[in-house]
Design a protein around this ligand. Structure first.
Ligand SMILES: Cc1cc2nc3c(=O)[nH]c(=O)nc-3n(C[C@H](O)[C@H](O)[C@H](O)COP(=O)(O)OP(=O)(O)OC[C@H]3O[C@@H](n4cnc5c(N)ncnc54)[C@H](O)[C@@H]3O)c2cc1C
Length: 425
């Protein structure tokens, strides 16, 4: 087995306003790949994925090798979102807000009950925290897997939901939730891109809310973002042979410094304090590597300016507390200053958000709004643990309860999947 790479331990460090779409982007799909989403030019422009998600072969050794090496299947490739547009409402059974692991699991659970889903996510691809923060990190507490890289878990969840042909809307922030009275009563979900969805039930799987990195206050930063400045690493091989400045003093900064020191030409760690806020053994390894001359600790210094042109970084200028400057020649800046998360517009939906979470009744996962459920990290009840495993169970609970909203008067006959098989929608 190929050992997975170990990116940093990322933390949801702070709460504030999110800058939409500012997370590091992944590569574009291979246009020659017939399985790549979206399927049509219209879908591409609208940031909509649906119908026939890509096939992923988990048995092919080559595919496994590619994944272990950090390559992604088309399912995890990103696309830019749509320009602003307004559309006539799209009807579905359930709108799932959030395409993290728990939202994807809800799509499967709904599908098993023959409920169709539209899924909306502010990020430009599926996976939530797992794709955005730690795609290559192994997770050890998913039942049935001794260890599974986070990105691979998302691929498998996408695969499992695939028979139910969910429609994905990426790079769209859900901003509105409104009750439409009628028979049956529907929920209208609207996004910042003008998408309008109507459904009998809504499952909120919004995690810690829409999130983005804390960006350093540097002039012309945007010009380098996505080409030379990154806030997460999806593939460490991308930095082989490069001169890399890593800014930050937490686990992510230190873990990536340790990891990239094996492949980069030079790693320079800039931190404003002499002490690092990370696991003590990581700090000790970092200092040992610095003592051996295998990386540079630039402390106590802060980022001051970027030099370069056309998105290509040439140097990072840093300054100490006395404003003494130093010029670090580099092609890449990795800034790890934590994440800003925001439940944003959700606060206006009447969900009774308490301490950044939505209270639900544990037996049903229903919020205080009828037909609106909350699951995963965003949901809270006595005894709640923020574990993917618990989110999976909540997804099943929410789907079974949403059935009554979507099919009023219809009895739900409980069947195990071994009896029902995977129904066709
Ligand atoms: C470094 C790290 C390691 C971890 N390791 C483990 C582990 O080993 N085991 C474990 O069980 N858990 C682990 N976790 C926790 C785990 O990642 C979370 O419990 C899990 O991601 C929760 O899934 P979710 O689907 O509820 O939310 P998320 O993964 O946060 O996904 C929520 C999605 O909702 C979207 N969203 C939010 N608001 C909106 C909106 N208004 N409109 C549109 N989209 C919106 C977001 O963009 C996001 O994609 C770890 C977390 C981190 C950071």
């Amino acid at each position: 087995m190929i050992a997975p790479e170990y990116p940093g331990r990322c933390r949801l460090a702070s709460r504030g306003r999110m800058k939409e779409g500012s997370l590091g982007r992944l590569a574009s799909p291979d246009p020659s790949d017939p399985g790549a989403w979206p399927r049509s030019e219209h879908q591409r422009q609208c940031g909509v994925w649906g119908g026939e998600p890509p096939q992923t072969s988990f048995s092919a050794p080559a595919a496994r090798l590619r994944r272990a090496a950090g390559f992604r299947t088309p399912a995890l490739y990103s696309q830019k979102g749509s320009p602003s547009m307004t559309s006539s409402p799209l009807r579905t059974d359930v709108v799932v807000i959030g395409a993290g692991p728990v939202g994807l699991s809800a799509v499967f659970q709904c599908g098993m009950l023959r409920l169709r889903c539209h899924v909306v996510d502010a990020l430009d691809g599926p996976g939530g925290q797992l794709t955005a923060l730690y795609p290559e990190k192994p997770i050890y507490d998913i039942p049935g897997f001794a260890a599974i890289p986070a990105g691979e878990l998302i691929e498998r969840l996408l695969d499992q939901a695939q028979p139910f042909a969910p429609t994905y809307h990426f790079s769209q922030l859900v901003t509105g939730l409104e009750r439409l009275e009628g028979t049956p009563a529907l929920w209208r979900v609207t996004t910042n891109k003008g998408l309008v969805l109507e459904a009998a039930a809504v499952i909120v799987a919004a995690g810690a809310g829409a999130f983005g990195p804390n960006r350093p206050p540097l002039a012309h930063l945007e010009a380098f973002e996505g080409t030379s400045v990154f806030y997460s690493v999806s593939r460490r091989e991308a930095f082989r042979g490069q001169r890399v400045v890593i800014a930050g003093g937490g686990d992510s900064a230190v873990d990536w410094a340790l990891s990239l020191s094996e492949v980069a030409e030079r790693v320079m760690v800039v931190h404003r304090r002499p002490k690092f806020r990370c696991a003590p053994e990581s700090a000790a390894r970092l200092e040992a590597l610095a003592a051996e001359g295998r990386l540079d600790l630039v402390i106590p210094y802060q980022l001051k300016a970027l030099e370069g042109a056309e998105g290509r970084l040439e140097a990072v200028v840093v300054a100490d507390l006395d404003d003494q400057e130093k010029r670090l020649e580099a092609q890449v800046l990795l800034a790890f200053f934590g994440l800003a998360t925001d439940l944003g517009a959700m606060a206006e939906w009447g969900l009774g958000i308490e301490r950044f979470a939505v209270p639900v009744t544990q037996e049903t996962c229903q919020t205080r709004l009828p037909g609106v459920y909350a699951i995963g990290d965003v949901a809270t009840y006595p005894g709640k643990r923020k574990l993917i495993l618990m989110g999976f169970a909540e997804a099943a609970t929410a789907a079974h309860n949403a059935f009554a909203d979507c099919r009023p008067g219809e009895a739900l006959h409980f069947e195990h999947s071994t009896t029902s098989g995977v129904p066709r929608l």
